[in-house]
Design a protein. Structure first.
Length: 150
């Protein structure tokens, strides 16, 4: 199976059963669209409960356990699927709906994620970046899978 097919499969499985439209991102930068198993949000040093429809903020950390997975939709329509045993941080997210320009920086310190980039990555070269413990990926509007050492 190609990397492209893996990315689509992971996103489809993670977002299956989603009931909220992308426009549901109101107060935060993203919305939890689906989840399974152990999923937690760390915000300002506190651990918060998470459910479908939970709003995510800049600087939130999403952590999935050994049986956990989560599907996230960002305000620019970026779709991210986190696999089991992942730790993902929304470092910086700015999006101007009028111009479709902005900045999206994140860190995957462990685990796996599949991404279908949204308007930010498609409107500006290198406006979306994903850091891992060993690399920095500049995104130019595509679908991809990132895996960081566990």
């Amino acid at each position: 199976m190609t990397l492209h097919a893996v990315a689509r499969l992971l996103l489809a499985l993670s977002l299956a059963g989603s009931v909220l439209p992308a426009a549901a991102v109101v107060d935060g930068v993203a919305t939890v669209k689906s989840l399974k198993g152990d999923v937690r949000i760390e915000r300002s040093g506190r651990e918060l409960p998470v459910g479908v429809g939970t709003s995510l903020l800049q600087e939130d950390t999403i952590v999935t356990g050994r049986d956990g997975s989560a599907g996230l939709t960002f305000a620019d329509n970026t779709l991210i699927s986190l696999g089991a045993r992942s730790r993902f941080v929304i470092d910086r997210f700015r999006f101007d709906r009028a111009s479709n320009r902005g900045e999206f920086q994140s860190t995957l310190s462990k685990g796996r994620m599949a991404v279908v980039s949204g308007k930010i990555a498609k409107s500006q070269i290198d406006a979306m970046k994903v850091r891992t413990p060993t690399s920095l990926l500049g995104v130019r509007g595509t679908e991809f899978v990132v895996e960081a050492d566990r």
